[in-house]
Design a protein around this ligand. Structure first.
Ligand SMILES: [Zn+2]
Length: 434
């Protein structure tokens, strides 16, 4: 009898282990989807785009005089003109003098209830975006408007501790159990990533990452008072805003003083961070060591430089702020050269030096100005963004079998990144957007 009991116990354990394994295996292959996936129309035509310079989004040698065939909503053939026979029933698009790129992926977009902003972004080439910190419900009116929208990858409200900096955009938690619940509730509601806000304690960052990763969902954070290295060791996949690295670059006592100030007053950071960045020495060992750390951990970094841009002139005379911004750019350029995964985030409507709808292009210009090669910036806007979102198996590049999200621009962005303002056509899921 005892033997049978032991056998049964072993059987149960074995089944349990197998089930456990399959859950773990699944987590690597969870399908991350945009909340509006079912609302996005699928193309039903065969389209041949002929004669463009092709930039594939995965860093391949640009192809002159390329042909790309789209069938329904999928890229079915990619190659040189002479190697592809164009299907007889194709709609032919003459793209001579244009550059063809994958649809752009905006890693940090804010809707902020600016009507039709997502549509404007789509028309400007952004076919996928992530809004890190907005309720899914906030997009209802846009989704019901009938206007074409990019693929909406939403995080829901950010997870934050009291007293929250932006309570209306926060899912406020106070302990591990509340943090676990928040992550599960948000994922059950359809979020495709979790966004952490800066008051969340290190222990809770770890808890959030553990629960989210078990369900195959990435976690990214806006940090301000937590050392980015500690937060990355706790499990973060991404860090939003170059300013999130400030505390990691300060000497211990100054870091603690900054923490104390912000713990007492959320608004202290708005001036404090420029002053802090103005004082950093970009050639210091602290900077080099942080960059090596970020590269080693393959952390995705969304600098959102356009959100901090500050230039002297025209009533702007704060030299410390200008110097702070210059150092943010220098850090970004250095990080990119050091192998850090830089992705492109526009910050939506509220940036100082871009017309509404063009902050993604402005961010790409600033990344080039900070020292990145245009090709690297384009990778940050395409395949790297897709890897950050965990959608690289279906989006982020022009390769056979991928969904047909494409952008045609006039000119050559590899020579001058400003060409990305010259949007000629945008295709979403096999359909040209008007
Ligand atoms: Zn933001």
């Amino acid at each position: 009898m005892k033997k049978i009991k032991i056998l049964i116990l072993c059987f149960i354990l074995a089944i349990g282990t197998l089930a456990g394994q399959s859950v773990l295996e699944q987590t690597g292959h969870v399908r991350i989807s945009e909340v509006n996936e079912k609302e996005i129309e699928s193309g039903s035509k065969t389209i041949a785009i002929i004669g463009a310079k092709l930039v594939d989004g995965i860093g391949g040698e640009p192809l002159q005089d390329a042909v790309v065939i789209v069938k329904n909503n999928v890229i079915s053939q990619v190659g040189k003109a002479e190697s592809i026979s164009i299907p007889a029933n194709s709609d032919i698009v003459d793209a001579k003098g244009l550059t063809l790129l994958p649809g752009f992926i905006d890693s940090h977009f804010h809707y902020d209830f600016v009507k039709e902003l997502p549509t404007k972004f789509l028309r400007n080439g952004i076919t996928s975006l992530r809004d890190p910190g907005e309720w899914i419900e906030a997009y209802k009116a846009e989704r019901e408007s009938g206007l074409p929208l990019p693929r909406l990858f939403l995080t829901g409200p950010h997870i934050e501790m009291p007293p929250a900096a932006w309570p209306e955009d926060a899912y406020i938690v106070r302990d591990r159990k509340e943090a676990r619940t928040a992550v599960n509730v948000l994922i059950d509601n359809g979020v495709s990533a979790i966004k952490i806000y800066f008051r969340l304690s290190l222990g809770l960052i770890e808890e959030v990452c553990t629960v989210a990763h078990k369900r195959g969902i990435p976690v990214t954070a806006h940090l301000e008072i937590t050392d980015a290295r500690e937060a990355i060791l706790a499990g973060l996949d991404g860090v939003e805003h170059v300013t999130s690295f400030g505390v990691a670059l300060l000497p211990l006592m100054e870091a603690q003083k900054y923490r104390q100030e912000i713990m007492g007053n959320n608004k202290a950071r708005q001036v404090g961070r420029y002053d802090m960045w103005a004082k950093f020495d970009m050639n210091s060992p602290a900077v080099d060591s942080l960059i090596r750390f970020l590269a080693k951990h393959k952390t995705f970094v969304t600098p959102t430089l356009a959100a901090y841009e500050y230039r002297l002139g025209k009533g702007k005379n704060d030299t410390s702020q200008a110097k702070g911004f210059n150092n943010m750019m220098a850090f970004t350029g250095k990080a990119a050269k050091g192998g850090v995964e830089i992705v492109v985030g526009s910050h939506g409507a509220w940036v100082g030096y871009a017309k509404r709808g063009w902050s993604f292009q402005r961010e790409m210009e600033l990344l080039v100005e900070s020292g990145m090669a245009p090709m690297d910036v384009i990778l940050g806007a395409t395949i790297k963004g897709a890897r950050f979102f965990r959608i690289q198996d279906r989006l982020g590049s022009i390769e056979e079998g991928k969904q047909a999200d494409l952008v045609l621009v006039k000119g050559d962005p590899l020579k001058d990144i400003k060409a990305l303002y010259n949007i000629e056509r945008v295709m979403l899921n096999g359909i040209w957007i008007r």
